[in-house]
Design a protein around this ligand. Structure first.
Ligand code: F6P
Length: 560
């Protein structure tokens, strides 16, 4: 039996038919009056979650809380925080919360394989600081004595997207360095990003971080080999390359060593940190290098504040719980299978991509913890972009298209312009933030009310082409200002949201077996390509379907 057959789920189904289906969002607003915002919005540490534009009532939230309780949320959360093996298929804890709690004694008793987790985390932070500050002070020298002025992170998935997103979002917080310092990211397997980048870099002043939890990911190792081939052009030995130009972060020190990374250039990672939950660990080294350790710790502090809130706040005042349950409502009861993330802030451009990995890789599952096939939807398809830019791209579909979806609007209230600007520029930038806020609020309102919004102000005679059905649910997350701390808070909010949904669905959010088969088949396909390159006329020994065979033939016919 899955959660769908449970008492709490059935109660929600009955409530849906009786109290929600007959009404539009506009009617729900009209019925509740001004009180609706007060009833359906919650705040913690300056982060406001407005759920009033969701197609639900306070009663829906009560029933959803019953569902979460019925599914054992309190026990599951306790297990997560105490280092229990919440990753069932790999028999591992998922202790990303410990990475941001080093200064508290919450984890002082938690040991994994005989090692105290908080000690490991403290040592790790010291290693990161040692490397980051040496680079920032201009004391990390390349093989010829030149200071390092470019750091390139080579990684993919969780070893790329998280640090990349944070470095992009918080670029204004970059730390002062002795020499101008660039931090760049390379992930694509095809080498195209790296090839373009290398043309502008200099071997003597470039340091590569090879970030791979497993240190077996072919995308990352292929880019790392290309980088090393490029370094070899100028640098006489691999030991000089390893010593001066490579830093590694992995849970497998022996693999880093075998690749040629000396132990002093290695940062440890552990199997109890999931890839997509790893920006708080040594995988966050590019963040520490670009923003400085103080800002990195502020990021951890913000996430830790959300960890405490999630652990301690009552369920109806708990932001991750409410965000998660609203998602469950949208997906499982209202049948919405797509979710758009709309940050109204150019600095958060990479956030939708980050959240698509976090959510879809975690909860894109179809088997329960008991091994039963689910009979309900799990993670929706997640996509998004900077909201104001998306208004000129896919908002047409949001307003007048046919697929059913829900949206998260994310926006900071203030945007403090750098003191370097003149007054006139600052005034103009403040105007731009007002413009941005107005668009954010207006768009969620139009999604909710459709063309009825005009009845509130004026009326127009609309042609069918100009009609807006509205009735699209959305949440708005508003916070004071984008800082390392508020970004930490925001990311941890979504991490815990994903966890709560997994608990309700009774699935494992911490493994990702769905990415393995493709990797395996790519290996045998590569070997078939290489055989043909060596002169074989067809994929000897390999049994391919007609499409694969056809594509391979086309490739070779066109002079691969
Ligand atoms: O293939 C998926 C994945 O395993 C992600 O879960 C992970 O974040 C990414 O690849 C990178 O893995 P690694 O850090 O081991 O190179």
């Amino acid at each position: 039996m899955t959660v769908k057959q449970s008492v709490a789920w059935q109660a929600l189904e009955a409530h849906l038919q009786k109290d929600i289906v007959p009404y539009s969002l506009k009617q729900l607003f009209n019925g509740a009056g001004a009180q609706r915002f007060g009833d359906l919005s919650i705040t913690t540490q300056g982060l406001l979650l407005d759920l009033s534009k969701q197609k639900l009532t306070p009663e829906t939230l009560h029933l959803l809380i019953d569902l979460a309780q019925q599914q054992g949320l309190a026990q599951a959360t306790k297990k997560l925080y105490s280092g229990g093996k919440v990753n069932r298929s790999e028999l591992r804890p998922a202790l990303h919360t410990a990475l941001r709690a080093a200064s508290s004694d919450q984890y002082s008793a938690v040991q994994i394989d005989g090692q105290y987790v908080n000690q490991l985390v403290d040592e790790n932070l010291l290693d990161m600081e040692r490397i980051a500050s040496k680079i920032q002070r201009g004391e990390w020298l390349g093989y010829s004595g030149q200071p390092i002025t470019t750091v390139v992170n080579i990684g993919v998935g969780g070893s790329d997207i998280g640090p990349h997103m944070v470095c992009h979002a918080l670029a204004e917080f970059r730390v002062e360095t002795k020499f101008p310092l660039d931090v760049m990211f390379v992930s694509s397997m095809d080498g195209s990003q790296l090839a373009e980048m290398l043309q502008h870099l200099d071997q003597g002043s470039t340091l590569f971080i090879i970030a791979s939890k497993t240190f077996t990911t072919v995308d990352t190792l292929a880019n790392a080999e290309t980088a090393r081939a490029w370094l070899r052009k100028k640098i006489p030995s691999d030991s000089l390359i390893g010593q001066h130009h490579i830093v590694g972060c992995s849970a497998f020190p022996e693999r880093m060593a075998a690749w040629g990374i000396p132990s002093e250039n290695q940062i440890a990672l552990w199997d109890w940190v999931g890839g997509r939950y790893s920006l708080w660990s040594g995988i966050g080294l590019p963040i520490a290098i670009k923003l400085g350790m103080a800002s990195f710790k502020q990021l951890l502090k913000g996430a830790h504040a959300m960890d405490e809130h999630f652990q301690n706040a009552k369920l109806h005042e708990n932001l991750p719980v409410m965000l998660a349950l609203t998602g469950i409502w949208n997906i499982n009861f209202l049948g919405l299978k797509a979710h758009t993330i709309l940050p109204y802030d150019g600095r958060l451009k990479l956030l939708p991509n980050y959240l698509s990995q976090l959510e879809m890789e975690s909860n894109g599952k179809s088997v329960t913890n008991a091994g039963e096939k689910v009979d309900f939807d799990t993670s929706p398809v997640i996509w998004g972009d900077v909201g104001a830019n998306a208004q000129h791209a896919f908002f047409q579909l949001l307003h007048q298209g046919t697929p059913a979806y829900y949206a998260d609007f994310i926006v900071p209230v203030k945007r403090t312009a750098s003191k370097e600007y003149t007054n006139a520029t600052r005034v103009q930038l403040e105007y731009q933030q007002a413009l941005n806020l107005a668009n954010c609020i207006a768009q969620s309102r139009v999604l909710m009310l459709g063309d009825d919004v005009l009845n509130w102000e004026q009326s127009i005679a609309a042609s069918p082409d100009r009609l807006y059905p509205g009735n699209h649910p959305s949440s708005t997350l508003m916070f004071d200002e984008l800082t390392p701390e508020s970004l930490g808070l925001l990311i941890a909010l979504y991490e815990h949201k994903v966890f709560v949904q997994a608990v309700v669905w009774d699935i494992n959010p911490f493994d990702q077996w769905g990415v393995e088969l493709g990797k395996q088949i790519a290996k045998s396909t590569l070997s078939a390509i290489q055989k043909r390159q060596a002169g074989a006329t067809s994929a000897e020994g390999a049994e391919f379907d007609a499409s694969t065979e056809g594509l391979l033939n086309h490739m070779f016919k066109h002079h691969y």
